[in-house]
Design a protein around this ligand. Sequence first.
Ligand code: ATP
Length: 346
Amino acid sequence: MLLIVNNIQKEFEKGVPVVNKASFTVGYDEIFALLGPSGCGKTTTLRLISGFEKPDHGAVILSNRVLSSNDTHVPPQDRGIGFVFQDYALFPHMSALDNVAFGLTDLPRHKRKVFAEEVLCRTGMGDYKHRSPSELSGGQQQRVALARAIAPEPDLILLDEPFSNLDAMLRTTTRKEVRSIIKKAKMSAILVTHDQEEALSFADRVAVMNNGRIEQIGTPEEVYYRPKTRFVAQFLGKTNIFEADVEGDDYVNTELGKIRLNCRARGHITCSIRPEHLTIEKPNGTTDEVRLGIIAAREFKGHDITYHVEFGAERYIVHTDNRVLFEPSDEVVVKPLEPAVVLEDK
Ligand code: ATP
């Protein structure tokens, strides 16, 4: 299975593209996430792939079959794609078993329930097969919806914010289970979410969307540790953004002191360095190059501590483990543990 999304564009209002020239591929057995803030066009992208919307331009191709293009539009039910919607969209008057059996129209009638039960067991819901959706918890309904989507054995499954109705504890465990079910079934999946932790922990690759455009595609480690833009750096977690002039060709002089860059650069640049890539030390007074910062605030979070350190008008956030103890107003030295990432933004 290979899904190719090529340069798709969609406008609901003339001149305002909600999806703007989005291109990406999803490979065999791959879990891909579309991550971005509310309204950035994630769901519309998913609807263009599922066939519920037609693109104004571009193409959607699944395993060499054109599903959407200028002159083709395969209807959703004929695309061989499974969906799990945010509200699960289970039939309320049917049991869990009937919900799953309903879509198995390729099987002879007498085999549908047997197979549906097998799939329900795979998602841990075998014991609940006779219950209706109203007799199931959110997490259980979610698993029935997943069983219904994977039962017809589609090559690709689309998941639109499927964990957002679950409480925090259940969300983490259900996420892990769903990932393992999808991987065991050797299906490919696209997850839509605005939750960066969810995208980073669930997907093999992540596309970060902003304002209809995909700003970066990469593995979770790539987008988190090597963001290309200020938006990606800030959307994926706390970071320190600063501007500086390049010296030599791979370091900058900042209020903290000298910081190495992750690549060669020139001129005035914008950089990002994650709080966990900085560390705090007591000044030892030996190096006159070192600049001193003042601890402005401290957030103790149990297993780690976040410090806000002021260097004149600039403020840096530093995450340390809980053994690095300083008090507000202490004078400290902040040192980079990793190079700063050069961003494309000017
Ligand atoms: P969320 O996380 O809030 O669901 P999203 O990133 O999935 O957001 P979309 O649902 O794709 O965003 O919507 C993108 C933009 O397109 C929004 O401004 C939305 O109001 C608009 N939009 C979506 N569907 C339609 C439609 N059928 N008609 C008109 N505008 C639409």
